[in-house]
Design a protein around this ligand. Structure first.
Ligand SMILES: [Zn+2]
Length: 240
């Protein structure tokens, strides 16, 4: 687990490259991770998510101002989504925002709602709200509205726009993003077959009874880092 800014930079770069390789992050998704002192790491507006390196990450404060980073690079226009969620949620240390088309489809159809179907989607058993404003989250006011819609939940859909996933650290964030999209894909397929059967409250409770989140995150982190190394996406010298 990252204990220094340097190792956190490597983790955030790895999460970026892997989420991009998985087809989740896309060209304008972003991942942030909290640093001590109300600051966070985030990608710049237009640096390719396919070739990001730890030194490319910007340090921003909770007002979205760049306080350190390569000269001339700007933060994403939606940096305020990260600012306001990190400001309002002390339990959250990593935030992902992306625009995954199939998952976004669940905000586009009347009467359709993304539900918890897969066992690892129990992370969102307390709700997957849909924020009704499709705007780019390009101001503190819009960021606060997203943070309010998220509330104490761990995932959010933004209508006709994208997704937000939050976690306690960057490693868990990678795994949660994978499971969030996996659950949406499962529901899409299941709905094509017939009436979907979301996990019941008792099924969720039974799964959580034996579930060790830290152990699960560690196992899947190892798996995805292994893929990244094998594909030469992740340099051997990064501490992952
Ligand atoms: Zn967006």
């Amino acid at each position: 687990m990252a204990t220094t800014e340097s190792s956190l930079r490597e983790e955030v770069a790895a999460v970026t490259l892997l989420l991009n390789d998985l087809g989740i992050l896309g060209y304008s998704g972003h991942v942030s991770a909290r640093l001590p002192g109300d600051r966070f790491l985030i990608q710049s507006y237009d640096q390719s998510r396919a070739s990001l390196r730890p030194g490319d990450l910007l340090v921003c404060d909770l007002d979205g101002t760049v306080v350190a980073g390569p000269k001339g690079l700007k933060p994403p226009s939606e940096v305020f989504l990260h600012c306001e969620i990190l400001r309002s949620r002390a339990d959250v240390n990593a935030v992902a925002h992306f625009h995954h088309d199939l998952t976004t489809a669940f905000t586009l159809v009347e009467g359709v709602e993304l539900r918890v179907l897969k066992n690892h989607a129990v992370r969102w058993a307390n709700g997957i709200p849909t924020h009704p404003d499709p705007s780019h989250v390009s101001s503190p006011t819009l960021g606060r509205a997203v943070a309010k819609a998220l509330g104490d939940r761990h995932g959010l859909l933004i209508r006709a726009h994208g997704q937000v996933v939050v976690a306690e650290n960057a490693r868990a964030l990678l795994i949660d993003c994978v499971h969030f999209v996996e659950n949406a894909e499962a529901m899409y397929r299941a709905a094509a077959l017939g009436r979907v059967l979301p996990l019941s409250a008792s099924e969720v409770a039974a799964f959580l009874h034996d579930f060790d989140r830290d152990r699960h995150v560690a196992k899947l982190w190892k798996y995805y880092i292994g893929i990244g190394r094998a594909k030469h996406l992740l340099p051997a010298e990064w501490e992952l």
